[in-house]
Design a protein around this ligand. Structure first.
Ligand code: 13P
Length: 254
C-alpha cells in the first residue's frame, strides 16, 4: 500500500453559491478550522476568485476555479481562459464536472482540451469523471470511467500528471444524499490507479491523488477516506457549511 506517498486533498466545490462577500466570510470561518496536513481547496464561482484569493492568502486554503476554456483568448462569450486564471494567481481548476457535462454540453474531447490548456498555463487540475446511474446498472462503470480518464489525459506526460488530481464522482451520488459505499468508491479509485499505472508507470500512479465525490459529508467522510485508494474528497453541499467541511478535513487528517 502506497497511501503514504500521497497527501490527502479535501476540496469544496461551492458551485453557483455565494457572493464575493459570502465567500470571504465562509473562508474566514474555515481558516481556523482548516489546519493539518491535508491540502484544502475551495472552488468558487469566477466572480468570487479575487476576493477568495485575498481572503485565503497565507493560509492553508488554496483556491480553485470551477472551469476553464481551452483557448488563450478570442470570441468565446462567457468563457475564461487559463491565462486569465494564471494572471490572477489561481492555482487550481476543476475540469469536467458532471454538471458541466450534463447541462452545458461538455464532452470528453472538450474536457481534454481544457485539461491541456490548464496544464500549459501551469495550473493544477482537478479532473472529474464518473458514471451515470444507467451506466452503473448496465455494469459498464469501469469502461466509462477508464474512457473518460484516458481521453482527458491524452497527451498529458508523466511529469504533467503530478499536476493532476482525479476526482471520481459517480453522478448518481451527486447532490442526492446517496453516497457510494466505501467499497464501491475504492473499487473505482483502485481501477483508475491501475489505469494510471498502465499509462504512466506504477510510481506515477502511486503518487497521484484520487478523490471521491458524491454526497460526502461529516458523517461518512472518515470511512470513505480510510479506503486505501481514496486520497481525498470533492465535496459539494457539505462544504458550504464551515463546521461540516471542517469535520471532513479533520477526518482526512486523522
Ligand atoms: P455533493 O457533495 O453535494 O453531492 O456534490 C458533489 C460534487 O458534485 C462535488 O463536485
Amino acid at each position: 500500500m502506497n497511501k503514504q506517498l500521497r497527501t490527502p486533498v479535501i476540496a469544496g466545490n461551492w458551485k453557483m453559491n455565494n457572493t464575493p462577500a459570502q465567500t470571504a466570510a465562509l473562508i474566514a470561518q474555515l481558516i481556523p478550522l482548516a489546519q493539518g496536513e491535508a491540502t484544502v481547496v475551495a472552488a468558487v464561482p469566477f466572480i468570487d476568485l479575487p476576493t477568495a484569493l485575498e481572503a485565503a492568502k497565507g493560509t492553508n486554503i488554496a483556491i480553485a476555479a470551477q472551469n476553464v476554456h481551452w483557448a488563450e483568448s478570442g470570441a468565446f462569450t462567457g468563457e475564461v481562459s487559463a491565462q486569465m486564471l494564471q494572471a490572477l494567481g489561481v492555482p487550481y481548476v476543476v475540469i469536467g464536472h458532471s454538471e458541466r457535462r450534463q447541462y452545458f454540453g461538455e464532452t470528453d474531447v472538450t474536457v481534454q482540451q481544457r485539461v491541456r490548456a490548464a496544464l500549459n498555463a501551469g495550473l493544477k487540475v482537478i479532473l472529474c469523471i464518473g458514471e451515470v446511474l444507467s451506466e452503473r446498472k448496465l455494469g459498464i462503470t469501469a469502461e466509462i470511467v477508464r474512457a473518460q480518464t484516458e481521453i482527458a489525459l491524452a497527451g498529458v506526460s508523466a511529469d504533467e500528471l503530478s499536476n493532476v488530481i482525479l476526482a471520481y464522482e459517480p453522478v448518481w451520488a451527486i447532490g442526492t444524499g446517496e453516497t457510494a459505499t466505501p467499497a464501491q468508491a475504492n473499487e473505482v479509485c483502485a481501477l483508475l490507479r491501475a489505469l494510471l499505472a498502465r499509462l504512466y508507470g506504477q510510481d506515477a500512479a502511486d503518487r497521484t491523488v484520487i478523490q471521491y465525490g458524491g454526497s460526502m459529508n461529516d458523517a461518512n467522510a472518515a470511512e470513505l477516506l480510510a479506503q486505501p485508494d481514496v486520497d481525498g474528497g470533492l465535496i459539494g453541499g457539505a462544504s458550504l457549511v464551515a463546521e461540516k467541511f471542517a469535520a471532513i478535513i479533520a477526518a482526512a487528517n486523522a
